[in-house]
Design a protein around this ligand. Structure first.
Ligand SMILES: Cc1ncc(COP(=O)(O)O)c(C=O)c1O
Length: 358
């Protein structure tokens, strides 16, 4: 296959069935590997669609400066797009951003603006947004895509990612996907429900995230979760919520790497854990988990015993075998719950609360 530029290689990502973990023919748990996108994550899709729409509507002119807050992957995507299309890219990141992500972005010519002081709740996300607003005000011709509220973020998945999935599946009982901006979950839910009206959509959040209204507390996983409710997270797109803990997701990453040869990022580990929990409660139902990025982003962190030890998660506390993993999936630390009561309600306002509880 010959492409005119690297951005054209985006999409058509493979789906892999978890065969070694679940060898019985009736077990059907699948993982869509978004890490094979050109910059290594699902964010390539949203970034390219947001940039192209901004160009189309005249909001983004040739040679413009793009400033964006990112936990890492959107930054990699923008660095790549900036290199191909000739934009100046400034990425506002924080100390949780993996070094491999920063090196990737700077190799492609992006500039890094590091926020070093967290908010009172320990989150850096609101501090990053404040910094973006400041830079956009101060730099002439600067523009921000605002991935948290930009409707072209979920639209990329409604229009494109969900079509890939409907080509691959005749039948799908459940979609299991992680949430940060809510972009891929909301967009996939809208697109897939057109084809599978009975689809169960399970959101996966990090224990510690406030995206669904819980109290924010720092956690280790990168990419998943948020310290406020984003505008692109649509409660009507979701049937149930599974809050996954760091140790659950990290254990899945380690076991999948060793037993399936799948090197997933931390949020992919969380999504697969939640998919296994769904499958345990619904035997035989075809379930698709979205793995947003590749574990190559975290080789010297999540996959490194020394790093885990130094960061408060001794590798000994992680499960080692598929048997352990399946046992814990039947008895997760936090039982999935229907999205109702305090979790439901209006979509996020998209406004970052600037107080302690962002
Ligand atoms: C690794 C990873 N997982 C999950 C997500 C959540 O995706 P979304 O912003 O579409 O909710 C992101 C978003 O940045 C991510 O980078």
């Amino acid at each position: 296959m010959i492409y005119e530029n690297v951005l054209e290689t985006l999409g058509d990502t493979p789906v892999v069935r978890l065969r070694r973990l679940l060898p019985r023919p009736q077990d059907r748990v699948y993982v869509k590997l978004e890490g094979v996108n050109p910059s290594g994550s699902i964010k390539d899709r949203a970034a390219l669609h947001m940039v192209e729409q901004a160009e189309h509507e005249g909001r983004l002119r040739p040679g413009a400066t793009l400033v964006e807050s990112t936990s890492g992957n959107l930054g990699k995507s923008l660095a790549l797009i900036g290199a191909v299309k000739g934009y100046r890219i400034i990425l506002v990141v924080d100390p949780k951003t993996p070094q491999s992500v920063l090196s990737y972005a700077t190799s492609l010519g992006a500039e890094i603006d590091m926020v070093t002081r967290p908010d009172a709740d320990g989150s850096y996300q609101a501090a990053r947004i404040r910094r973006v607003r400041r830079l956009v005000q101060d730099l002439p011709g600067a523009h921000t895509l605002d991935q948290y509220n930009n409707p072209d973020n979920p639209r990329a998945h409604r229009l494109h990612t969900s079509r890939e999935i409907t080509k691959d599946f005749d039948q799908l009982a459940a979609l299991v996907a992680t949430v940060s901006t809510g972009g891929h979950l909301s967009g996939l839910s809208a697109g897939l429900r057109e084809q599978f009206p009975d689809l169960h959509v399970r959101a996966v959040d990090a224990v510690g995230s406030a995206a669904f209204g819980h109290r924010f507390e720092p956690y280790k996983m990168r990419g998943i979760g948020l310290s406020w409710r984003p505008g692109n997270l649509r409660p009507q797109a979701i049937d149930s919520l599974h809050r996954v803990a760091d140790t659950e997701a990290l254990s899945v990453c380690r076991v999948l790497a060793a037993e399936e040869g799948l090197l997933l990022g931390e949020s992919g580990g969380a999504a697969v854990f939640a998919a296994l929990a769904y499958a345990a409660a619904h035997p035989g139902a075809p379930v698709l988990a979205i793995a947003p990025d590749t574990g190559a982003n975290y080789l010297y962190e999540t996959y490194d015993d020394q790093w885990l030890r130094e960061h408060g998660t001794p590798p000994e506390v992680l499960w080692r075998t598929s048997g352990d993993l399946l046992h814990h999936a039947r008895t997760p630390l936090h039982a999935p719950s229907p999205l109702g009561g305090e979790d439901e309600g209006a979509a996020g306002t998209g406004q970052v609360a600037m107080g302690a509880q962002a």
